[in-house]
Every structure is written in C-alpha cells, then in structure tokens.
Design a protein around this ligand. Structure first.
Ligand code: ADP
Ligand code: ADP
Length: 232
C-alpha cells in the first residue's frame, strides 16, 4: 500500500543544512498497523509527513497504492491526498466550528452535496462514538473527544491510509487506551492501513503489527513488534 524507496530529506535554512532522513526504504502492507518509534529529533515527524508529501522529499520515491506521489502535478497530488487521512497530536480542529462542521470540512472542500454530507457526518459521528455531541464546539470537549473528531474528519473522504502523528501524546493513559482501541476497531472494520509515529513503547505494543525504529534519520531496526521488542 505504501512504498518509500530511498527517501531522503534535508532542511536548508540560513543556519545551514540538516539531514532529517537518509535513504529510507519502507513498505507498509494493506490493512497493516505500522508503528515508527524513535527519540525526539530522530526524524519521525518528517518521515510520516513525506508519506502524504506534506514534506517534499529531497530524494527518492513515494508510491501509495500504485501511484507515484513524488512525480504528480500539484493538482493531481491534491486529488490523491484525499486517499490519505491524517490526525495530529494537538488535533488541529477549527475552534469556531461545531463537531459536525469540523467533520464536514474535507467533504465541503471536495464539494460533496449537502444532503450527502449530512448523512456521512452522522455515520462518522456514530463510528467514533460521539453521537449527541454534533453541535458542540471543540472547547466543550475533552482531549479524547477532540481526537475522536480528528479521526472522524480524517476518515470523511474514505481514505485508504490513516497517518497518526503522535495522536495520543497529549492524552492521559486511560484516554490513550480508548483512542488506541478506536484505531484498532477502525482498522478492522474499514480495512484501512494505519501508520503512526510515537515515542511511547506502550502504543507500539498495544496496536502495531510491525515497527520501525528510527534514529538519526536511519531505520535501525524493523520487523514484527514481537520480534523487535521481545529479543533477549
Ligand atoms: P521527530 O519527529 O523524531 O522529533 P523531526 O522529523 O521533527 O523528528 O526532526 C528531524 C530533524 O530535522 C531534527 O534535527 C529537526 O530539528 C529537523 N527539522 C525538522 N523540521 C525542520 C524544519 N522545518 N526546518 C529545519 N529543520 C527541521
Ligand atoms: P509537533 O511534535 O507537535 O508536531 P514540533 O515541535 O515537532 O511539533 O514541530 C512543529 C513544527 O516545527 C513542524 O512543522 C516542524 O517541521 C517544525 N520544526 C521542527 N524542528 C524544526 C527546526 N529545527 N527548525 C525549524 N522548524 C522545525
């Protein structure tokens, strides 16, 4: 479903050049939950953002479901990005929009008819367990509820891939577990491929099938979670 081939990323600014990723090769299979773990500054955030080209690699190829993302025009890239949902550590909700309008946002961007949007929002609210909260504003929700809105919005356009950027790092342990079981539930129900980055081993152990350990912009280990973390 996701293939990264020789993906490199360098950031250049007035202060010089930082190499964030060095020739990363990575394949994520359809339906898999794939975790990327590493210390702060290891390159996790850059790596997950190259998958939907929020960060343009300086070298290498990104292929999603057979489409070579790295050679698309910006218009085609915008279309293809609809097949990749993303959720964030700090949720990135629109504070002056209701739960329903936050979830509807990507559907309105893609100009779906209002009747269809209404129905889709109802389905999504049910899927993430927020029925009855449609008319609330983000400030009236707990952190876990805000992330549920983020998940519903990310799923609105029926993506094939869900990218999770430290999605539970701002949540307490109990809320973290409820969000992780929601992600597992969605993975099973919708057959969606999930890639997540985290600095927490617990997250990897709880829901991931395979894991890559990243350090200094390199993948230093990769394999099934039980092989990578249960070695003597
Ligand atoms: P992580 O998510 O593992 O903390 P990042 O991908 O954010 O790591 O960062 C990897 C390296 O790239 C770090 O050295 C970081 O300072 C640098 N970096 C990240 N984003 C930028 C940027 N926009 N400009 C310059 N350097 C950056
Ligand atoms: P978060 O972990 O919440 O995503 P970060 O502090 O890692 O937040 O990064 C926030 C933003 O700053 C990102 O867009 C990232 O690319 C950018 N960034 C990270 N490190 C650097 C850096 N060394 N120089 C410039 N921008 C950076």
């Amino acid at each position: 479903m996701i293939q990264l081939q020789g993906v490199s990323k360098q950031y250049t600014s007035g202060r010089g050049t930082v190499t964030a990723l060095q020739k990363i090769d990575l394949t994520v299979n359809k339906g898999e939950i794939f975790g990327i773990i590493g210390h702060s500054g290891a390159g996790k955030s850059t790596l997950i953002r190259t998958i939907n080209l929020l960060e343009k690699p300086t070298g290498g190829t990104v292929i999603i479901d057979g489409v070579e993302m790295t050679k698309l025009s910006s218009r085609r890239l915008q279309e293809e990005r609809r097949s990749i949902g993303m959720i964030f550590q700090h949720f990135h909700l629109l504070s002056s929009s209701t739960v329903a309008d936050n979830i509807a946002f990507p559907l309105r961007l893609s100009k779906r008819p209002e009747a269809e949007i209404k129905q889709r929002v109802q389905e999504l609210v049910g899927l993430v367990g927020l029925s009855g909260h449609e008319h609330k504003y983000p400030s009236q929700l707990s952190g876990g509820q805000k992330q549920r809105v983020g998940i519903a919005r990310a799923l609105a356009t029926n993506p094939k891939v869900l990218l999770c950027d430290e999605a539970t790092s701002a949540l307490d342990p109990q809320t973290t577990n409820s969000i992780l079981s929601l992600l597992l539930d969605i993975n099973r129900k919708l057959q969606i491929t999930i890639v997540l980055i985290t600095h927490e081993m617990h997250v990897i152990r709880t829901i991931c099938d395979r894991v890559a350990v990243i350090d200094g912009g390199h993948i230093v280990e990769m394999g099934p979670v039980t092989d990578v973390f249960l070695k003597p």
